[in-house]
Design a protein around this ligand. Sequence first.
Ligand SMILES: *[C@@H]1O[C@H](CO)[C@@H](O)[C@H](O)[C@H]1NC(C)=O
Ligand SMILES: *[C@@H]1O[C@H](CO)[C@@H](O)[C@H](O)[C@H]1NC(C)=O
Length: 580
Amino acid sequence: MVSSSLAIKGAIGAAVMLASATISQAFSADGINYVNYWGQNSYGAAGGAQSGWQKNLASYCEDSVEDVLVLSFLTTFFGTGNEPVIDFSNTGNGCTTFDGTALLNCPQIGQDIKTCQAKGKKIILALGGASGSYGFTSDSQASGFADTLWNTFGAGNSSTRPFGDAVIDGFDLDIEGGSATGYTAMIEQLRTHYASDSSKDYYITGAPQCPFPDAYLGDALNNAWFDFVWVQFYNNYCSVQGTFNFDTWDNWASTQAKNPNVKVYLGVPGSTSAASSGYVPYSTLTTTIDSLKSYKSFGGVMMWDASQAYGNTDVSPNYATAVSSYLHSGKSSSSGGASTSAASSTSKGSASSTGKASTTSASATSSSAAASATPSSGTPACPTAGGSCTSGYACAGSSVAICDNGKWVLTACPSSLVCTASADGSSAYCNYNTGAASTCAVSNAKKLVAGSAKVHSLSVTSSSSPKTASAIPKTKSTDAQVSYFVDTSKNTQFQASFNVRNKANKPISNKWTLTFTAPDGQQVQKSSVGKVSQKGNQVTITANRKKVPAIMEAIVVDVSGSHNGTVFQAVDPNTIDFSW
Ligand SMILES: *[C@@H]1O[C@H](CO)[C@@H](O)[C@H](O)[C@H]1NC(C)=O
Ligand SMILES: *[C@@H]1O[C@H](CO)[C@@H](O)[C@H](O)[C@H]1NC(C)=O
């Protein structure tokens, strides 16, 4: 039941009568919204002063800043028969547990949900998160779980309802681990339930990582009906000021998404301490918002998370208020405390804008599935050796094609490696097989589709003890996941990044070590954090950062260097290790 179009009832104006609001706004399904995650007290977890810790949900609904609050997270789920686990971190939410279960009972949050809804805010419950433990093994398991969700948090019936008779407005999929199985089936079943209650609108939202297609959600995003998709331009190699592929997502929205009117949001950190990468100052963000308004799919801004965005006073009175106000009015708030910093308005200037025309019909079908360069449409001919070209790189099966003086020169990748487009779409290299079929890419590097990384899970040995254990739930087997991306690899230079996602029941401490084996002839020269040393093929990056807090979610380590071959070769993911 995915075909029912979303009934857009427009703004829910009646409930929004705010005395002191300078702007009047309310959630709008087809307009522009400001969205914050709430629940994990990221500000407190990152060492912020206790006075700025996450407040109760309703206090974020007192004014006209928020349109949507996403409760994070429902951290643990494995299908029917297993109680889901929810976790809202520290903040005196007054939760207890239902007898004989680990499921939290949170009547105060239930009250707050109703308070927020009465003010026209939408309250969505997020499933997953960077450090949860979850996943389905079949569609029927996932669809059974949709019934559990509906009965536990929606308008269904259950004796264990954490929010009592409060009924949330939808579910968000922030799937960053486990398996890709079942999410389409889960959404279809949820939508069947949605259709059974005509008293209000319900939503499905998703929070993919920027690399397209998303390793876990890619399949569901193409096959299920999403209303809003907030793309995380943080904790990975993307950012507004760097590789920025909003155009790829906009193109997905209009050419591949099941819901042709799906809205794509810009997801950014609420402050420098909210994520390991991706924060942009207010003045840069407003410039970016201006340019994004030209995209048909643009739906607004999402931030991780409320505690960070309100705690961030780089702009007056705080980042959350200033950005929401700008988003809705197009004007900076009167006090104009915006930092006039570097504001390089190059938000769209990177090579990423080349991704515009490129989408792929391939979709991620398993956690490690990822597209290597694939045709943008139809079946373009494989570049052939000696065939004519104008410039750039392309893929021809497992060979990398480089345009040299108007002719393609093909170099075969070592056995079991395949040609993959670099993340910025401007070049191609030999990558460890990600499970995607090898294909011919179009004969123009500008149309290469950015490849995804092979995800490498590993267990982490650590001597550090949990600091804010409640913020990170217990995990099953692995403690971290490292994804390796090649950003660009032109001539003999390369830039790559390691994205370490914390899955452990403890923050990543300030001292950590990343090691990997570089292919022959590759020299790593620089790293964005830590110190690089290389002995032979063995590369070690160590960080010992005294002034920064331990990291709960993820670390991005950008590296650059040189190689002496004709084509660049990726690091073997099985040689990567990360410990703290
Ligand atoms: C929930 O229970 C109430 C009272 O027993 C009943 O009226 C209602 O139909 C039930 N709703 C669903 C969705 O089963
Ligand atoms: C690149 O460097 C490696 C290691 O020093 C060496 O074995 C190899 O022969 C070099 N390749 C070329 C093409 O120079």
